[in-house]
Design a protein around this ligand. Structure first.
Ligand code: NAD
Length: 480
């Protein structure tokens, strides 16, 4: 059976305690690999390796660091197909999605930050006849990057690439639920000639390996993406150690559809924003608010689209919905479907586990599910479900829908559908949401700030925000 290894000091190594965890393929429910169950000892070795590599790495010209990152990007692109297959096997997502979104975006992350490092500049503040103040941005040092299971390689590289570009050395931990592509990445880093210790990948659980990273006194910053509860725990642990924190957390995103929108486009994109990756994208719009004059028409067309989403083996091209990531997560999502019934919701589509015949008989499949008739402030409409479950709610005014849209503890992403430009801007400005899409969804420009307001996070990733996060400004003043 495939046995993954840690990547420490440029080598693939077993965990020091020799313990492994089973890794399950969600589409079959079968164990297909073993992953290192690393602990504080492995993290300490990784930190040592990163510290030893730091002086040479931070002094390397940005152009040379960038060339290595671009080389890694090229290798990811070369291996697009095996990486997409691995991501699909590990996560349960359709291979077609991994091929068109996850893996190309992982390659883009390295290419983008590989070149961004050369464009990164700092400020000068000139005081006429008095002084010249200039700012130098030093790499923070050794940093920790911890990522979730939903977009495994994509979100892992979204942190690692800017950290390396900024001149930091990294100790990174992928989710223990989806570690496979991070392991394949470590092989590509060796092939690319990344100097030993610059990037170290430690596999294992959050409470053991993850906890050791957030507690380690040498680690200067934690870049974390995952659940809000975990983020809270990380903040509580790392803040007294004065670590810099970037926390990208949960969401409960509104999708607001005004009567003057391009309905066909709104329906098509809302199907994606509801159910892409089985609804397991932090940016999915799980609360769909539709202006009353088009509510019934939207509902009919949307439900027709839902009926066409084939649930099946993620390896098959025709499958539009793969498996949920784990049995535990499937049970959590099913418990919210039960809650939606209890809270008075009318089931319009789905709601049941799916038995896919053949090799996938033991897989964690669920029908895409739609409810209506739920109060905007019921638990189903306030709590993050993170699965293929959406609610439809009619609204009568801009004011009303803004109150509902802003009425959760989250503020990650929102989508607005309208042809009225003034309204689009007005509503966008009034939304308490770190990201707003108008007449589109999941459109990404890697230069824009990425992250959430309220309990959806602290700080922003992307572009210069990420390079600023991984560096420490120093102000130097020269008296004239
Ligand atoms: P999670 O919080 O359970 O785990 C995320 C990572 O944290 C994993 O690698 C896990 O091992 C690690 N971890 C757990 N406990 C830890 C500890 N004590 N110390 C250090 N690390 C620890 O989240 P998940 O279930 O993997 O991912 C789903 C969540 O992620 C959802 O809430 C989703 O909204 C969120 N998410 C947010 C974004 C974003 O950009 N805002 C993107 C994707 C996912």
């Amino acid at each position: 059976m495939l046995q993954l290894q840690n990547y420490i000091q440029g080598q693939l190594v077993p965990p020091t305690a020799g313990r492994y965890l089973p890794n399950i393929e969600p589409a079959t429910g079968q164990v297909f690999s073993q992953i290192p169950e690393s602990d504080a000892q492995d993290v300490a070795l990784a930190v040592q390796a990163a510290e030893a590599a730091l002086p040479a790495w931070r002094q390397l010209p940005a152009e040379e660091r960038g060339q290595l990152l671009v080389r890694i990007s090229e290798l990811i692109t070369r291996d697009l197909e095996p990486l997409a297959q691995a991501e699909s096997q590990d996560n349960g997502k359709p291979v077609s999605l991994a091929r068109t979104v996850d893996i190309p975006r992982a390659a883009s992350n390295f290419a983008f930050f590989g070149t961004a490092a050369q464009h990164f500049a700092s400020e000068t503040h000139f005081q006429e006849g008095v002084a010249l103040n200039y700012t130098v941005r030093h790499p923070l040092g050794v940093v920790g990057c911890i990522s979730p299971w939903n977009l495994p390689l994509y979100l892992f590289t979204w942190k690692i690439a800017p950290a390396l570009a900024a001149g930091c050395c990294v100790v990174a931990k992928p989710s223990e639920i989806t570690p496979y592509t991070a392991f394949l990445l470590s092989k590509l880093c060796i092939e690319a000639g990344l100097p030993a210790g610059v990037l170290n990948i430690v596999h294992g659980t959050g409470p053991a390996a993850g906890q050791a990273i957030i507690e380690h006194p040498t680690i200067k910053a934690i870049s974390f993406t995952g659940g809000t509860k975990t983020g809270e725990h990380i903040a509580r642990t790392a803040a007294p150690l004065f670590k810099k924190l970037s926390l990208e957390l949960g969401g409960k995103n509104p999708n607001i559809i005004f009567a003057d929108c391009d309905l066909a486009e709104a329906v098509r994109t809302s199907l994606r924003s509801s159910f892409a990756n089985q609804g397991q994208i932090c940016l999915c719009g799980s609360r769909i608010f539709v202006e009353r004059p088009i509510y019934e028409q939207f509902k009919q067309e949307f439900l027709a689209g839902v009926a066409s989403l084939t649930v099946g083996d993620p390896q098959e091209e025709a499958s539009r919905q793969g498996a949920l990531v784990s049995e535990a997560h499937l049970q959590k999502v099913l418990s919210y479907i039960e809650l939606a019934h209890q809270e008075g919701g009318r089931l319009l589509a789905g709601g049941q586990r799916v038995q896919v015949p053949g090799r996938c008989a033991g897989g964690y499949f669920l029908q895409p599910t739609v409810f209506e008739g739920l109060a905007p402030d019921c638990r189903v409409n306030l709590e993050e479900i993170f699965g293929p479950v959406v609610t439809l709610t009619p609204f009568d005014s801009e004011e009303e829908v803004l109150t509902w849209a802003n009425g959760t503890e989250y503020g990650l992403a929102a989508t607005i559908w309208t042809r009225d430009l003034n309204r689009a801007h007005r509503v966008a400005h009034a939304l308490h949401s770190g990201i707003v899409w108008i007449n589109t969804w999941l459109h990404r420009d890697l230069r824009t700030p990425f992250g959430g307001m309220k309990n959806s996070g602290v700080g922003r990733e992307g572009g210069l925000e990420a390079l600023r996060f991984f560096t420490e400004p120093q102000s130097i003043t020269v008296k004239l």
